[in-house]
Design a protein around this ligand. Structure first.
Ligand SMILES: Nc1ncnc2c1ncn2[C@@H]1O[C@H](COP(=O)(O)OP(=O)(O)O)[C@@H](O)[C@H]1O
Ligand SMILES: [Mg+2]
Length: 243
């Protein structure tokens, strides 16, 4: 198999919140069309990594590179306009707005206004979203909100889709359905970078995985190798005998 062209890269990225050093010399490389996951426990720096891609956190040193161009330091809207969308932690829908309005917002940076084909595409993935179109987003179940959040992100026609803990707060059956959709989105050509605490689920669909521990990448390997790695199995894959 040939190595895909690198689409998104972290080069020795360090970030701070005031005096607190969070990401420490982080290097990540994501190939075009790949599904890459970033695993790590609570407070390890996963959300910070995604915020750094979107320009919501600016590296103190190092660079984030998209298609060979440095994007760190650019405004978030500019970065989104270059083809990066995020499904944030806890979905973050506009709860008092309808499902349709939430989807429209996802397309706000697109020059063309023909959204009907996009809606149809989203309804084909999530028939439930169509049923709920005129309902206030806040009235939906967690699983339905996740569908709308994914739909909203796809409305921007992203080249790279970022997902922050898509399994959080969802029942196991919904988690599995959710990951199946993520897999389909990736298979249709979108590069996906997914952050998760649910290592088993993420590695079961990813090509490559990174493990973050207190802001440092401590492991980086193919998903298959990580699933078989004894260190991984003890620390992250919930094996008996692990912490
Ligand atoms: N806005 C912020 N200001 C100060 N510290 C923060 C802020 N956001 C996150 N942190 C701290 O940075 C560390 C990493 O947080 P985060 O990236 O949210 O981790 P994760 O997503 O892996 O749970 C944590 O110790 C957290 O408390
Ligand atoms: Mg987080």
């Amino acid at each position: 198999m040939s190595t895909p062209e690198v689409v998104l890269e972290f080069r020795n990225v360090n970030t701070h919140y005031g005096p607190v050093h969070v990401l420490k010399d982080v290097n990540i490389s994501i190939g075009a069309g790949q599904m890459v996951c970033l695993l790590g426990g609570n407070a390890s720096g996963k959300t910070t990594t995604l915020k750094t891609i979107l320009g919501m956190v600016v590296p103190t040193t190092g660079e984030v590179v998209l298609d060979g161009q440095v994007i760190s330091g650019l405004p978030t809207a500019e970065i989104v306009g270059r083809g990066i969308s995020m499904v944030p932690e806890n979905r973050r829908l506009f709860k008092r707005m309808t499902v349709r309005e939430n989807l429209e917002i996802g397309a706000y940076l697109r020059p063309d206004a023909n959204l009907e084909a996009d809606y149809e595409h989203i309804f084909s993935m999530f028939p439930r979203v169509k049923e709920r179109l005129n309902q206030k987003a806040g009235t939906l179940s967690g699983g339905e909100q996740q569908m709308v959040a994914v739909g909203r992100a796809l409305m921007a026609h992203p080249k790279v889709l970022l997902m922050d803990e898509p399994s959080m707060g969802l029942a196991p059956l919904l988690v599995a359905q959710n990951f199946e959709i993520i897999r389909q989105i990736n298979e249709a050509g979108t590069t996906v970078f997914v952050v998760e605490q649910n290592a088993n689920m993420a590695l079961s669909i990813a090509d490559h995985g990174y493990v973050l521990q207190t802001g440092q990448i401590v492991l980086s390997d193919t998903a298959d190798a990580l699933l078989a790695n004894p260190q991984m199995r003890e620390a992250y894959l919930g094996e008996v005998g692990g912490p």
